[in-house]
Design a protein around this ligand. Structure first.
Ligand code: CO
Length: 204
């Protein structure tokens, strides 16, 4: 199958439905994007950013990778953050993890997954930083708690980027949030780790 026609059919139907409910929607949106949110989430197919917060195209700038990591030297993620903060002027950066994350589970196993084990090293660092919190838990609890701890760690990483530090220095109003999504019931939870200024970073 060279063309995946069923996908194009769905796309045409989707665009027609939106245009029917909101005539001129795409024309207006094509002239500018002004999203208030940058979403940094997992690539997992069960965690589609716009859909789970029920926001239409144009509302969320999105970066996704395996296990929603913000790696200090990842130019891809850093460029997304810079564009979102400096050009789009988003007000909120959301790091959203999810329970049942395959990346987190794999990081708790022996490293035998090939290339991806190099990426998962960053999660193993989070394990090492939090050995006290994780010891004594059964494997299922460990995975759930690590999903949360990983989000908290990535929130700190976002806050420590030069881009976010500079934005705060320049007086920009910018909050960084840590959320977790339950793929079992579709519900989001705020991990109460929101950072709004450099002084807050110490808390996490
Ligand atoms: Co995941």
């Amino acid at each position: 199958m060279k063309t995946l026609k069923h996908i194009f059919d769905r796309n045409a139907q989707w665009a027609a439905n939106i245009e029917k409910n909101d005539p001129g929607f795409f024309d207006t949106l094509s002239k500018q994007q002004a999203p208030e949110y940058l979403w940094i989430g997992c690539s997992d197919s069960r965690v589609p950013a716009n859909q789970i917060v029920d926001l239409p195209p144009g509302e969320v700038f999105v970066h996704r990778n395996i296990a929603n990591l913000v790696v200090h030297t990842d130019l891809n993620c850093l460029s997304v953050i810079q564009y979102a903060v400096d050009v789009l002027k988003v007000r909120h950066i959301i790091v959203c993890g999810h329970y049942g994350c395959g990346g987190i589970r794999a990081a708790l196993e022996k490293p035998e997954h090939g290339l991806i084990d190099n990426w998962l090293r960053h999660i193993r660092d989070v394990v090492r930083f939090n050995e006290d919190r994780l010891s004594g838990l059964n494997p299922e609890q460990q995975a759930d708690v690590l999903c949360e701890l990983n989000v908290i760690e990535q929130v700190a990483n976002v806050c420590n980027t030069t881009v976010v530090q500079k934005a705060w220095e320049n007086g920009s109003v910018l909050s960084v949030h840590g959320w977790i999504y339950n793929i079992g019931n579709g519900i989001l939870k705020d991990l109460d780790t929101t950072i709004t200024c450099p002084d807050d970073i110490i808390r996490c």
